[in-house]
Write a protein that binds this ligand. Structure first.
Ligand SMILES: Cc1cc2nc3c(=O)[nH]c(=O)nc-3n(C[C@H](O)[C@H](O)[C@H](O)COP(=O)(O)OP(=O)(O)OC[C@H]3O[C@@H](n4cnc5c(N)ncnc54)[C@H](O)[C@@H]3O)c2cc1C
Length: 436
């Protein structure tokens, strides 16, 4: 449907925007899904795991049709030091069969497919179109409500409600007064490189069958002394590598994303995994890392915010929370349509649903973690160092008794820094990896 008035306008065809558009179109609402990229997925990137739950809530058995890479059967965490790594992991072969758990994916393929599902349901997708501003209508002497958007062409499109699913930069969310300016200390800057490698080489290097994939999360060495993370995903015929950390610390250290990823690739335990691979894509991007304390206002008259723009990130999860908040927003928009009332009176139901969700419990729980990591950028580095030093001693065959060896390891850990700090470092590191 092409018109200049819709029931809903959605800004951004990422996971949040497309999930909302699918649901709204299924409910017979007229929807414009507006994307600045020439195709969805060209202006964005992720690590990347796509989770079966909640994607299958939007499209049941999506794996039969979606452009996915490999079912992820192995999850590993590496505490990576200069020439060693302490590794913890799990391989579950059940995850390679329906109903699966998660898949590696490339957003350049997944996002266009996901947005196309909205088009198939009747949504109008507009690409290469930047939304530059919001348009308001007066609802009283002193009150107004969002009534549409202005495009870079100067054209104005009207709607009963606008859903901002514009991702981490959240420019329109800020313009709407729903959030303040985003601080650099509440952002992670990530770099990603996709490296092409034949499938047989990937399978040999990661001990995989053709229908299996691996995901490795890393701390320590990859981030060049900045509090942050590295990661690796196996795709069908490529490997995705990411590295990043707090933007303010990256600036302070004077490193740039390209230097960080080059250093990461050169690590002796990483370089052997990507040997002979050719870089096919390089991107950098920010994600909101401010957690609970930096949540914006989620609604106002005629407007809602979902996904990264609403700071819906918890541990390693982002696309799923984007989809869920997109679905919640779509359900409230449908209710508002039925009640013929698109003001905060109805739309506040969205905030209630988000605040009562399981993921908000996790986001709330991580409250102290962001502050702690900001104040103690050395946390991951110290934990990594301690774990690797201890492992070196533990596995070294020598002529000391086991109890003497353990005593020495214990002493070195106790001497490293106050025990209370080590316990706190460990607590927040585990929390950041969503262990509890
Ligand atoms: C390095 C990295 C690794 C990650 N790994 C994972 C992972 O493995 N699993 C996971 O679940 N999450 C991961 N995430 C997080 C995940 O990518 C995000 O949480 C998710 O993409 C948020 O979806 P969204 O729809 O809210 O925003 P986005 O995916 O950012 O989509 C927003 C869209 O809006 C468009 N847009 C923005 N402004 C405008 C405008 N004014 N007009 C028109 N269009 C506009 C953009 O071009 C974009 O397409 C990762 C993120 C990064 C950076």
């Amino acid at each position: 449907m092409e018109t200049d008035r819709y029931n809903a306008i959605i800004v951004g065809a990422g996971p949040a925007g497309s999930a909302a558009a699918i649901r709204l179109a299924q409910n017979d609402l007229s929807v414009a899904l507006i994307e600045r990229g020439e195709r969805p997925g060209t202006k964005t990137m992720f690590g990347g795991s796509i989770y079966v739950e909640p994607t299958s809530r939007v499209i049941p058995e999506f794996w039969k049709d979606a452009p996915l890479e490999r079912p992820l059967v192995t999850d590993e965490f590496w505490l990576l030091d200069r020439d060693s790594a302490v590794k913890v992991g799990f391989t579950g072969l059940k995850y390679k069969r329906s109903p699966y758990n998660k898949f590696s994916a490339l957003r350049s393929k997944f996002d266009p497919w996901f947005a196309q599902q909205a088009v198939n349901e009747g949504a109008h997708l507009m690409t290469s179109t930047l939304v530059t501003d919001l348009v308001y209508e007066k609802t009283g002497l002193l009150s107004k409500k969002v009534a549409g958007v202005k495009l870079d062409s100067g054209e104005v499109i009207h709607a009963d409600v606008v859903l901002l699913a514009e991702g981490a930069s959240a420019n329109l969310t800020e313009k709407a007064g729903l959030r303040g300016e985003i601080e650099k200390s509440s952002m992670f800057l990530y770099a990603k490189e996709e490296l092409a490698l034949p499938a047989e080489k990937i399978e040999a290097r990661f001990n995989l069958e053709p229908d299996e994939g691996t995901n490795v999360g890393m701390i320590g060495y990859p981030t060049s002394g900045v509090a942050g993370k590295g990661g690796l995903w196996t795709n069908k015929e490529s490997i995705s590598l990411i590295v990043g950390g707090y933007l303010n610390q990256i600036i302070k250290k004077g490193v740039n994303p390209y230097q960080m990823i080059s250093r990461f690739k050169a690590h002796p335990l990483v370089s052997r995994l990507i040997k002979g691979a050719e870089t096919v894509a390089y991107k950098s991007r920010i994600i909101p890392k401010g957690g609970y304390e930096s949540l914006p206002q989620l609604y106002d008259d005629g407007i809602l915010v979902a996904g990264d723009a609403a700071v819906m990130i918890s541990g390693r999860r982002g696309t799923d929370l984007a989809m869920l908040t997109g679905l919640y927003a779509a359900d409230i928009i449908a209710q508002a349509r039925a009640a013929e009332d698109h003001t905060s009176r109805i739309l506040k139901g969205y905030e209630k649903k988000v605040m009562n969700s399981f993921f908000m419990k996790n986001i709330k729980k991580g409250k102290g973690g962001h502050k702690y990591q900001k104040e103690h950028p050395d946390t991951d580095y110290l934990l990594t160092k301690a774990a690797n030093d201890a492992a070196y001693k533990f596995f070294k065959v020598g002529s000391k008794s086991s109890s003497e060896k353990m005593k020495k390891i214990r002493k070195e850990i106790l001497d490293m820094q106050p025990v209370k700090k080590t316990v706190k470092d460990l607590y927040y590191a585990l929390q950041d990896w969503s262990v509890f």
